[in-house]
Design a protein around this ligand. Structure first.
Ligand code: NAD
Ligand code: DAU
Length: 341
C-alpha cells in the first residue's frame, strides 16, 4: 500500500484525508482523481500542491478509460473512493447525478480494481444507509441497510456493490460508514458551515422543522484517522462504523455556533422540513474502537472549532457563497424563508 488513487480528493473530507496521509507517510504517493464538480475545490489542497508525491488528475469516476489509464500510469495499488454527490437536499431536487456518480461510478472503480488486480479498494460510506434510527438503538455494521433519501439509497447501492465484488471476485475491499463530518473546507451547503457563515453575515439560519433531529457531528480529522486505521489494520471484507458514538439535537448545535460567534438567537428561523427527513442517526462504534481508534474531539469541540475556522477563513468561503450558490440558495430556501417571516 503505497500508491493511492484518492477519488473525490478535492472535496471536503477527501482533501483533509490527502493532506494527513501525505504528512504522515513519507513514502506514500497520492493521485487525486476528481471531476471538480461545484463541491470540488483545488484550494482545499493548497498545502500539498508543491509536494512531489502528489499529483492531480481531473476526471470523472464514470469514465472507465481514464480511470484505468490513470491507475496504470501511476502504478496505483489502492483506491480510496471519496468521490460522490453528497448533499441530501440536492438529491431530493434532482437525483440524476447521484445515481451516475454514486452507483455507476462506484461500479467503474470496482471493475477497474478487479481487472487490474489492485491490493485494496476502500469505499467511503455513510451512516445514512441505516435510515432513521429509533431512540435506544445504535446501528451495527451487520444491520440491514434501509436508506430513505435518494442520496442514501445511492450510497447503500455503492456499499452493496462493493460487498458483492468481495464475495464474487474476492476483491480485497473495506467499507467505512461515517457520521456527519464537520471542519475546514466543507462546502457551505451543509448545515454547520451554512449556519456559521450565515451567522457571520447576520442573516437567518433556516432550521428544518422543530430542529430536534439528532446527528453525531464528528471532527473531520478524527474521521480521517479512523479511515487510515481501517486501511492499515481493518479486516478485508468488513464494514466499520465511524463516529463519536454520541449525538446532539440540531438546536443544540445551532446554539453552540451562535455562542461561539457571539451572535443572537433571533437569527434562528424554523422553516418547512426536509421531505423524508431522518430524525435520528446513531452508530455503534465498538468495532472501530477495537482497532484502537478514539475520537479526539467531542461534538461541542468539533462545532466550536468549525465555527472558528469559518470566522477566520472568509477568503475560502465568501467567493463560493457569492457565486452559483446564490441560485441554489434561492431554490432551496427562498420560499421557505419568506413563509417563515
Ligand atoms: P464533497 O461533496 O465535499 O466532495 C465530493 C468530491 O467528489 C468533490 O471534490 C467532487 O468534485 C468529487 N466528485 C463528485 N462527482 C465525481 C465524479 N463523478 N468523478 C470524480 N469526482 C467526483 O463530499 P464530502 O463531504 O467530502 O464526502 C466525501 C465522501 O464521504 C462521500 O462519499 C460521502 O458520501 C461520504 N460521507 C460524507 C459525510 C459528511 O458528513 N460530509 C459523512 C459520511 C460519509
Ligand atoms: O450522516 C452523514 C451524512 O451527513 C453524509 O453522508 C452526507 O453526505 C452529509 O451531507 C450529511 O448529511 P445530513 O443530511 O445529515 O447533513 P446536513 O448538513 O445537510 O444536515 C444536518 C442536519 O441539519 C439534518 O438534520 C438537516 C438539518 N438542516 C440542514 C440544512 C442544510 C437544517 O435544519 N437546515 C439546513 O439548512
Amino acid at each position: 500500500m503505497k500508491n493511492f488513487l484518492i477519488t473525490g480528493g478535492a472535496g471536503f473530507i477527501g482533501s483533509n484525508f490527502v493532506v494527513s496521509l501525505l504528512n504522515k507517510y513519507l513514502d506514500y504517493h497520492v493521485v487525486v482523481y476528481d471531476k471538480l464538480t461545484y463541491a470540488g475545490n483545488l484550494e482545499n489542497l493548497l498545502q500539498v500542491t508543491d509536494n512531489p508525491r502528489y499529483t492531480f488528475v481531473k476526471g470523472d469516476i464514470c469514465d472507465a478509460t481514464l480511470v484505468s489509464e490513470t491507475v496504470q500510469k501511476h502504478q496505483i495499488d489502492t483506491i480510496v473512493n471519496f468521490a460522490a454527490e453528497t448533499h441530501v437536499d440536492r438529491s431530493i431536487m434532482d437525483a440524476d447525478a447521484f445515481m451516475n456518480t454514486n452507483v455507476q461510478g462506484t461500479y467503474v472503480l470496482l471493475e477497474t480494481a478487479r481487472k487490474l488486480g489492485l491490493e485494496r479498494f476502500h469505499q467511503i460510506s455513510t451512516d445514512e444507509v441505516y435510515g432513521d434510527v429509533p431512540e435506544g438503538i445504535a446501528s451495527l455494521e451487520s444491520d440491514p441497510v434501509a436508506p430513505r433519501s435518494p442520496y442514501a439509497a445511492s450510497k447503500a447501492s455503492g456499499d452493496l456493490m462493493t460487498l458483492a465484488f468481495y464475495t464474487t471476485y474476492q476483491l480485497p475491499v473495506t467499507i467505512t460508514r461515517g457520521a456527519n463530518n464537520i471542519g475546514p473546507y466543507q462546502y457551505p451547503e451543509k448545515v454547520v458551515p451554512l449556519f456559521a457563515t450565515n451567522a457571520i453575515d447576520n442573516i437567518p439560519l433556516p432550521v428544518y422543522g422543530d430542529g430536534r433531529q439528532k446527528r453525531d457531528y464528528q471532527y473531520v480529522l478524527d474521521h480521517c484517522r479512523a479511515v487510515d486505521r481501517v486501511l492499515h489494520q481493518g479486516k478485508i471484507g468488513e464494514i466499520y462504523n465511524i463516529g463519536t458514538g454520541h449525538e446532539m439535537e440540531n438546536m443544540t448545535m445551532v446554539r453552540i455556533i451562535l455562542d461561539t460567534l457571539g451572535k443572537p438567537e433571533s437569527l434562528i428561523r424554523h422553516v418547512e422540513d426536509r421531505p423524508g427527513h431522518d430524525r435520528r442517526y446513531s452508530l455503534n462504534v465498538e468495532k472501530i474502537q477495537d482497532l484502537g481508534w478514539e475520537p479526539k474531539h467531542s461534538l461541542a469541540q468539533a462545532i466550536e472549532l468549525t465555527a472558528q475556522w469559518y470566522r477566520d477563513n472568509e477568503w475560502w468561503w465568501r467567493k463560493i457563497k457569492e457565486g452559483d450558490f446564490q441560485t441554489y440558495y434561492e431554490a432551496q430556501y427562498g420560499d421557505r424563508l419568506r413563509a417563515a417571516q
